[in-house]
Design a protein around this ligand. Structure first.
Ligand code: G6P
Length: 423
């Protein structure tokens, strides 16, 4: 990519003029972009944002679909989210976008995370993480609900909007509502210069690169990584020691390589899709950090295969979904090594007792799960809070390959849009 200084030098000699719709012309030069109207001669100046995307990133390459390419890009996109922001030896995280508001963040009494769709499931993950690392009270709010509620907020409240596009109207309006109450507004956004990025007081860019497939994949895992960085940033302000932070940072550094190991097992997913192709309904179960991943796995399946799927907190199973279980209703159970392993095991036993079929996503080195579940997909061992970065990959691949077998419009599923900019 051309460095910013080279680009500026290039533009010194090359002023570009672009003709836009509505009788406007944009003149681009090193100072910025000036939009002039042919109708009334009015001029508006727009700031220049540096976008860290390489030319060619927006092409499909050897992949049949953007979604497949984006699933496979995750080790690199997550690395890009971490790049230049982690100092493991010192147990520190550097987030330039938050420096100006660091003092206000230190004094914040609570954090509200607001978002939609897949980004909302990232928010739920963030809730567990931020409470564990930073001991700050966190609540997650669907933006479309939050903006119409009378949630108590003041200048001691921080509101974090998570949005891949930075343009989702409900999330944007939720940010505006928070600002009207005097809250500190933060953004966790992929698209540089997007409206949410511009309107929030401060924020963290994902740097995941362009995501073209409507169903979000690499932006989701980058959101999880960015939430880790934010939780460490706040954690070091509040309660985490350098050595605790160092351990987490070292785990994060290893994650992209472990993601590659998961992606290398794609054949197993193709086998599972073949085996379960007739199933019309699926249940996804998880606990704790795996609960948002169960929700995301079900959402991916619905979005692109049009098969019905429900995501549930496994502990809620006996409050309803268990009534649905029969041999034709497979359950995808997320059971990596964790503090809730035994509880998940019990849930799987309950499903098996009702003649349900179970596909388990478990940790390598857990042979006993194969004696209980019908099928097992193994992911490498990793500290519990980071396991979602691995367990979500087989779920993305399962949705992708099922949709492919069913000849669905994978990159542009029916009735869905990449950016929802109207209510
Ligand atoms: C749409 C997209 C989803 C996305 C959601 C939120 O529904 O199809 O993939 O998760 O919007 O988008 P955002 O850009 O705010 O993360």
């Amino acid at each position: 990519m051309m460095a910013a200084s080279d680009a500026a030098a290039f533009l010194t000699y090359t002023t570009k003029a672009l003709y836009l719709d509505d009788g406007e012309m944009a003149v681009i030069d090193p100072e910025g972009v000036t939009i002039s109207s042919f109708v009334n001669g009015e001029r508006k100046t727009k700031p220049v944002y540096e976008i860290n995307w390489q030319p060619g990133e927006e092409s499909k390459g050897a992949h049949r679909h953007y979604m497949h390419k984006e699933i496979h890009e995750q080790p690199d996109s997550c690395t890009n989210t971490m790049r230049g922001r982690m100092l493991p030896k010192e147990g520190l995280v550097k987030l330039g976008g938050l420096e100006e508001v660091a003092d206000r963040l230190r004094g914040a009494n609570n954090l509200i995370i607001t978002s939609c769709g897949t980004s909302y499931y990232a928010a739920l993950y963030g809730e567990y993480l931020l409470e564990e690392y930073a001991e700050i009270p966190v609540s997650c709010e669907l933006s479309s609900e939050f903006r119409y509620r009378d949630a108590p907020m003041d200048e001691k409240t921080a509101v974090l909007a998570i949005s891949q596009s930075g343009e989702t109207i409900d999330t944007l309006e939720a940010v505006r509502e928070a600002k009207r109450h005097g809250a500190l507004s933060l953004g966790l956004v992929n698209v540089v210069g997007s409206t949410i990025a511009r309107e929030t007081d401060a924020g963290v860019y994902l740097h995941a690169g362009p995501e073209i497939g409507v169903a979000s994949t690499k932006a989701f895992t980058s959101e999880l990584v960015a939430l880790n960085l934010l939780a460490l940033f706040l954690g070091r302000q509040r309660r985490l020691s350098p050595s605790q932070a160092r351990e987490i940072l070292e785990g994060l550094e290893e994650t992209p390589d472990l993601m590659r190991k998961v992606l290398a097992q794609e054949d197993k997913i193709v086998f599972l899709v073949d085996k379960y192709i007739e199933a019309e309904n699926y249940l996804f179960l998880g606990r704790s950090y795996q609960y948002p991943i169960a929700l995301e796995g079900a959402l991916k399946l619905k979005e692109i295969s049009y098969r019905h799927a429900e995501g549930y907190a496994a502990g809620e199973m006996k409050h309803g979904p268990i009534a649905l279980v029969d041999p034709h209703f497979p359950t995808v159970a997320l059971i990596p090594q964790s503090s809730t392993y035994e509880k998940m095991w019990n849930n799987i036993e309950e499903i098996k007792a009702r003649r349900g079929t179970v596909i388990a996503v478990a940790s390598q080195g857990d042979p006993q799960i194969a004696t209980l579940a019908d099928d097992v997909f193994y992911v490498p061992k990793i500290p519990e809070p980071l396991a979602p970065l691995l367990t979500v990959i087989p779920l993305q691949l399962f949705a992708y390959h099922l949709a492919e077998r069913l000849n669905r419009e994978i990159d542009q599923p029916r009735n869905l849009a990449k950016s929802v900019t109207v209510e």
